[in-house]
Design a binder for this molecule. Structure first.
Ligand code: NAD
Length: 491
């Protein structure tokens, strides 16, 4: 891994020699000092991407040609998957099997968009039949230009791939800024991309602080499109910065996703999917099903089984075998999650399980898997994203009541429903105001399927063909085919 910014196909030191600390959340050790891009470095990266887009070969290549590069990137990610996964664990804290899954998915994402780049070549030109037969119009899709990608720390390499792969497939050039908590795999990705032989300036990777590099990137007038994933507060700032130049924008923000479990559900399966829905990645997942509604008639049995299984989860360093819950990403996140639990209890919630640092783990940002019940509907714990291993469980008796409470949120990223009755799950899925609805499960994510939210959870969709459209402009080309004089000025 090179300790530089990757700009215009070269590794360069940040202009003012800035560095920031990278901490292993499992040990609290300083593991790296990463380069902090200044506003001037951001400017250099955007200008490199601009020049590569405006004058370079990339945007004019065929989809097939671009696909070859994307496949090379996928292959190199696979070749380095163990190294990348270990880096991700040390940076983010997640258990190694999860990190390996992320790396596999990242490689798969590049392969998938290679396929879509090829399909772009194969797409016949779209000709419109106009009522005015004096004209012929065709519609073409073109790359949007220079994309800026600002990503969070919860899935570092995967989030980078969700943005870089479709942008490249579309023919855009890109500047990526990873989160300051987790820069390592993005830095390694610059080597992978360089070795794949992409033309200089097509991909630029700059590590740095959000308040400096992120802000400068979202304000830069030569950026055409911003793809952002992170918090609502920062997303709102990025959107305001983008508004000045009417930049295209896609936002993938937070959630407080509901999971409705009906009385005819298999309790063991329900427990498994609740655990997966909230403790996967330590609950630091935008789509985490953090509000669980359980039908009154199975509530007590389900809650006691949930507590039993939560108690068995092995907590520890993500590199240790059998660990299924690692530390939270940072001291800040650890403090915020513990504060949120304390506040929930002060607001009247019942702590059914967990809620503190696990015994025996004296170092690292660990929080027990936490189950809150009887959480007041107007409390912060019920309404706001905690982004940690904390689930709020509540009983319901009527379907309409559960759906109404599920939808009563400023967010609308994901939702889940479980029942043996297919008609019921279809009906509930139709009534849930969310961009993703899982039936009889929670969280599985597919590169082919659209990902994004309603309401404050974001704008636009990533993944699938929708992810590619994020980076394409639509152009109509209209030709006059009639010899008749137009006759407006010249009669
Ligand atoms: P954040 O939104 O502050 O950071 C996300 C990215 O934005 C990072 O790369 C950061 O450097 C950058 N950034 C920060 N300030 C910026 C600015 N002014 N302009 C441009 N870019 C800027 O998120 P966070 O502080 O890392 O986490 C805070 C909360 O965000 C979490 O507690 C959680 O609720 C939420 N979050 C959501 C997701 C998600 O996938 N939706 C991921 C991570 C965090």
């Amino acid at each position: 891994m090179r300790d530089y910014l990757y700009i215009n196909g070269e590794w360069i030191k940040p202009k003012y020699d800035g560095l920031f600390d990278v901490i292993n959340p499992a040990t609290e050790d300083l593991i790296h000092k990463a380069p902090a891009a200044s506003v001037d470095d951001v400017d250099a990266a955007v200008k490199a991407a601009r020049q590569a887009f405006d004058t370079g070969p990339w945007s004019r290549m065929t989809g097939h040609e671009r696909a070859n590069y994307l496949r090379l990137i996928a292959q190199s990610i696979r070749a380095k998957q163990n190294q990348l996964a270990e880096m991700e664990v040390m940076d983010n804290g997640k258990p190694l099997p999860e990190a390996l899954g992320d790396i596999t998915d990242a490689a798969g994402c590049f392969d998938y968009y290679a396929g879509l780049a090829e399909e772009l070549d194969a797409q016949p030109e779209e000709h419109l039949s106009l009522t005015d037969t004096r004209f012929k119009t065709k519609v073409v899709r073109e790359p949007m230009g220079v994309a800026a990608a600002i990503i969070p720390w919860n899935y570092p390499l995967l989030m980078a791939s969700w943005k870089i792969a479709p942008a490249l497939a579309a023919g855009c050039t890109i500047v990526l800024k990873p989160a300051e908590q987790t820069p390592l795999t993005a830095m390694e990705l610059s080597t992978i991309i360089d070795q794949a032989g992409l033309p200089a300036g097509v991909v630029n990777i700059i590590t740095g602080l959000g308040s400096v590099a992120g802000q400068a990137l979202s304000e830069h007038p030569q950026v055409d499109k911003i793809a952002f994933t992170g918090s609502v507060a920062t997303g709102s700032k990025v959107m305001a910065a983008a508004a000045r130049d009417i930049k295209r924008i896609s936002l993938e923000l937070g959630g407080k996703s509901p999971f409705i479990i009906f009385e005819d559900s298999d309790i063991e399966k329900a427990v498994e999917w609740i655990l997966f829905g909230i403790f996967w990645n330590q609950g630091q997942v935008c789509s985490a099903t953090s509000r669980v509604f359980v039908h009154d008639t199975i509530y007590d049995r389900l809650l006691s089984r949930l507590i039993e299984e939560a108690r068995k989860i092995k907590i520890g360093n993500g590199l240790d075998a059998g660990v299924l819950l690692g530390p939270l990403v940072s001291k800040q996140q650890y403090d915020q999650v513990l504060d949120a639990i304390t506040q929930a209890c002060l607001d009247g919630a019942k702590l059914a399980f967990g809620g503190k640092r696990p015994e025996g783990l004296t170092k690292g940002y660990y929080v027990e898997p936490t189950i809150l019940s009887d959480v007041p509907l107007n409390s912060a714990a019920w309404r706001e994203e905690i982004f940690g291993p904390v689930v709020c469980v509540r009983r319901f008796s009527e379907e309409s009541e559960a759906v109404k409470l599920a939808n009563d949120s400023p967010f609308g990223l994901a939702a889940a429903v479980m029942s043996a009755d297919d008609a019921r799950t279809e009906r509930v899925a139709a009534n849930l105001r969310a961009g993703i609805v899982w039936i009889n499960c929670s969280q599985p994510t597919f590169t082919e399927a659209p990902w994004g939210g309603y309401k404050q959870s974001g704008i636009g969709r990533e993944l699938g063909r929708w992810g590619l459209e994020n980076y394409l402009e639509i152009k109509q080309i209209t030709r006059l085919v009639s010899d008749e004089p137009w006759g407006w000025y010249i009669k």
